[in-house]
Design a protein around this ligand. Sequence first.
Ligand code: HEC
Length: 161
Amino acid sequence: MKLLTKAILLAVTTSALSSAIATASEVSQATSEKHAAAAIEYRQSLFQLLRSNMGPLGGMAKGALPFDESVMQTNAVRLEQLAEMMGDYLAVDTRGFDLETGAKDALWENFSDVKGKIAALKTAAQGLQAAVKAGDESAYRSAIGKIGASCKSCHDDYKKD
Ligand code: HEC
């Protein structure tokens, strides 16, 4: 019984510790090619979700779609949540392996700058939520534009063409 309690305690402490490490968003090296390949797949999947939520917003900003406050609100919340995850998914340094990726090496050399760009995306996503809450249609286009600018700012520095 005592041993079991110890084992449970250990498991709880270990998982608390590893989640603390995971949320710190500090660069860590991929430990094997398999690990690196998975990390690339996960981060690209995260970006695909960003694209899928950004697409309709871009269409609205361009006037190709009518402004839809419910879609704007939902997608802006999702973009904020995806931004929350981005640091952890980008933190795995895959440079040690010869794998196909759109990420530039500089990403892991300037990770505090990368975190700043992630924070800018989060702020921009919150800005769109605020505009929707205020019902201020005149602010929608520029709020969406700020999100797009935050994507571009990171791509300009850290994504290969
Ligand atoms: C903090 C930096 C950063 C921000 C912010 C960012 N991206 Fe990216 N994005 C990247 C990097 C780095 C890659 C390359 C990932 C790879 O191939 O490993 C990428 C790749 C992508 C891809 C290609 C994914 C694939 O399947 O290869 C899409 C689409 C994308 N980003 C969309 C977006 C959109 C939309 C936004 C804003 C809502 C955004 N990104 C914000 C850094 C960023």
